[in-house]
Design a protein around this ligand. Structure first.
Ligand code: LLP
Length: 400
């Protein structure tokens, strides 16, 4: 059974049973609109699937302050990839011991701060990083990030576990580093970490990687019995279908993922860490945009919106598909149009060759599933102002 989050009823677009045309008609555009209700549902579904797991929301996918505060209230932990993210997380109420620090190019000053602040674990991705940690002379809880050498099925820009990647360490490197780490009384090797890549829909990639991951960890534990392992980080990466908004299919995918995770890690004595980003937040937000110009060229119809790649990079960068839906559907023939942004360069688009009902200047459109890697990747290009970000539950506060 499909349950679409986005549905037309009497030509009006409803999102999670809210009529967007009624709620958003007066909101300035472009605007990121989030739903606290959906965010809660997604977080709880993930937590319910893994009651014993520790959820470290991948903050890179969305660093909106209100969103982070809400996730904090729900009991989330965080995965950060810069000291800037860690600082903001702490401002939003997270304790340092709820924060995992990942990233392939941590600077000395980031490492100094992470250790001063007492972050939960540093996921180390290179031998150079170990040297930087040693240089501080401070006690450090570390995890070693392993690269399985697996070419997962996703866009090449968001794969992270193939052999020639800047991410993580090979088995040989890990095997070489462990004796050095164990010799240093300041270093506590408390876990391993793995992150395959993002927007993974073929779950057999997880199955394959988890199986060799566990095998590797158990063999290392045998070889180095003095290791005091506490955590096993299995990363994020669970994808969703952007062609529709079928949340029942998402639930099914989560259940399938759970089965794989349990099959491999159900009986091991370490705490399993998860780093989901997209799966928690993508469906919880969209962009409201307004049609500014409709023009016909010799062969094309071009619709210029007030949202562009400065607001949403994903279509341009990964040829990613986002549904674009008018708040009020117009009856009549649909036509093929390019939906482009207002920036002064031709790479700026939201959707190309899309079939849409006839659009007019002033029409409001909804760009779906922008809660992950939307606002967090936005830029100031052309000095267009950053889009407003608001929770649909807080719209009243704007009117006040
Ligand atoms: N953990 C690590 C170490 C990561 O690098 C990432 C994402 C995650 C967790 C979360 O992955 P997720 O559950 O969200 O798939 N900008 C791209 C996605 C880049 C993902 C980067 N790393 C996009 O818009 O598709």
């Amino acid at each position: 059974m499909a349950h679409e989050l986005l549905q037309y009823r009497n030509l009006k677009l409803f999102w999670n049973d809210v009529a967007l045309s009624d709620q958003l008609q007066k909101l300035n555009t472009p605007a990121y609109v989030y739903s606290r209700d959906l965010l809660t549902q997604r977080f709880q579904a993930f937590q319910d699937a893994f009651p014993k797991g520790r959820l470290h929301f991948a903050m890179k996918s969305n660093h909106n302050e209100a969103l982070l505060k809400h996730l904090h209230q729900l009991g989330s932990h965080l995965d950060v990839v810069s000291i800037g993210e860690a600082e903001k997380a702490i401002q939003c109420g997270f304790r340092p011991d709820q924060i995992l620090f990942s990233g392939p190019g941590k600077t000395q000053s980031e490492i100094n701060k992470a250790l001063e602040w007492g972050l939960f674990q540093i996921n180390v991705e290179s031998a150079d990083e170990i040297q930087k940690i040693k240089k501080t002379g401070m006690r450090a809880r570390i995890g070693l990030r392993w690269t399985p050498g697996l070419d997962v099925k996703t866009h090449p820009f968001i794969k992270t576990s193939h052999t020639d990647t800047k991410f993580g360490l090979s088995f040989e490197e890990i095997d070489q580093l462990i004796p050095e780490i164990l010799k240093d009384p300041h270093l506590h090797l408390q876990g391993f970490s793995l992150h395959l890549g993002s927007q993974i829909l073929d779950l057999s990639d997880f199955d394959l990687a988890f199986s060799s991951y566990l095998e590797m960890v158990l063999s290392l534990q045998k070889k180095y019995p003095e290791m005091d392992l506490k955590t096993l980080d299995i990363g994020g990466g669970l994808g969703l279908n952007y062609q529709n908004s079928d949340v029942d299919a998402d639930t099914q995918r989560l259940q399938d993922y759970k089965k794989i995770v349990e099959r491999h890690f159900g009986k091991i004595p370490f705490q399993i860490l998860f780093e989901p980003g997209r799966f928690l937040v993508a469906r919880s937000g969209g962009i409201l945009t307004e049609v500014q110009v409709v023009k016909k060229t010799k062969n094309k119809k071009i619709v210029v919106l007030d949202a562009g790649m400065n607001n949403l990079m994903r279509p341009v960068l990964y040829q990613a598909h986002h549904q674009v839906l008018p708040l009020i559907q117009r009856k009549g023939e649909s036509e093929i149009v390019d939906l482009v942004g207002p920036l002064c360069e031709s790479s700026d688009f939201i959707a190309l060759d899309r079939s849409m009902s006839a659009l007019q200047v002033g029409d409001k459109l909804w760009v779906a599933d922008c809660g992950a890697y939307g606002s967090s990747m936005a830029s100031d290009y052309n000095l267009r102002p950053r889009a407003l970000e608001i929770f649909i539950e807080d719209l009243e506060s704007l009117r006040a």
